[in-house]
Design a protein around this ligand. Sequence first.
Ligand code: GLU
Length: 310
Amino acid sequence: MNDTPEVFRFAPSPNGELHLGHAYSALVNHRMAREAGATFLLRIEDIDRARCTPAFERQIEEDLFFLGVDWDGPPRRQSEHFSDYAAALEALADEELIYPGFMSRGEIRAFAERHESEEGTPWPRDPDGAPVYPGLDRRLSTRERERKMRDGERFAWRLDMEKAMERVPALSWQESGESPDGDSGEITARPLAWGDVVLARLDMPTSYHLSVVVDDALQGVTDVVRGRDLFHATSVHRLLQALLGLPAPRYHHHALILGPDGRKLSKSLRDTSIRALREAGLGAEDIRRMVGLAGRLAPESFSRGRSARG
Ligand code: GLU
């Protein structure tokens, strides 16, 4: 018997409307939680204050209600907890594991292109396909760093990945879903592939990676169920958990719902948004069928959703 209370969470970002991919994720997540008799939390990941809105947040709650996905307790809104992420960043700063990186995205891309044309060898890409941070300013003297910061040069706090890796044992996680290559079971974490990831910016005092591990720990999350597009990010999450002394949840990365072009659905694809489908007269069961979950959930899970149709 497992005596740790099991806690699952669904963690959408209110920067657009939920689409069929989110519906699938929420339904699978909710079903796994309820079948396990676990707590199911809703977390609103709204650290990007420029793109997230209260209107999208309301829409998310309405869409989940329509789908028959209910959650326990009030949702945690990340924008109300910046001080928790600041404390974690501070702990990493105290360990001298972060440094200000002054290169912009454009400069990183230009650096990689220059390297490729001059050296004729590819510059490493992270698992999302972006060029890895060159880390030149990792070697700046404290004086030079302070001068740049004083002069108001823009920077992001980056994790010194190689130094961080020296502080932790070999890391892995328990995967009950699948990697993009079909691996499951015990997965070796490979955070080095990401290079010196951003943990905070001037205009966004935390990052997805940092806030997700802090919140999963603070909320006692035991089981993370999310799309396979976040599989590789788990390596960074395991590293941050180890550095910050936080427990590791179990992970389940599920398949993604792809668009007709075989690509991941995006929030700009209006025609697959739950709201558009509802407005076109579809019910929760239709949505379930569209994402391949028909008949696999107890019908009563959807009775609320169906009555909310309109
Ligand atoms: N907020 C992330 C998203 O909407 C999900 C984060 C997670 O489940 O770890 O893609």
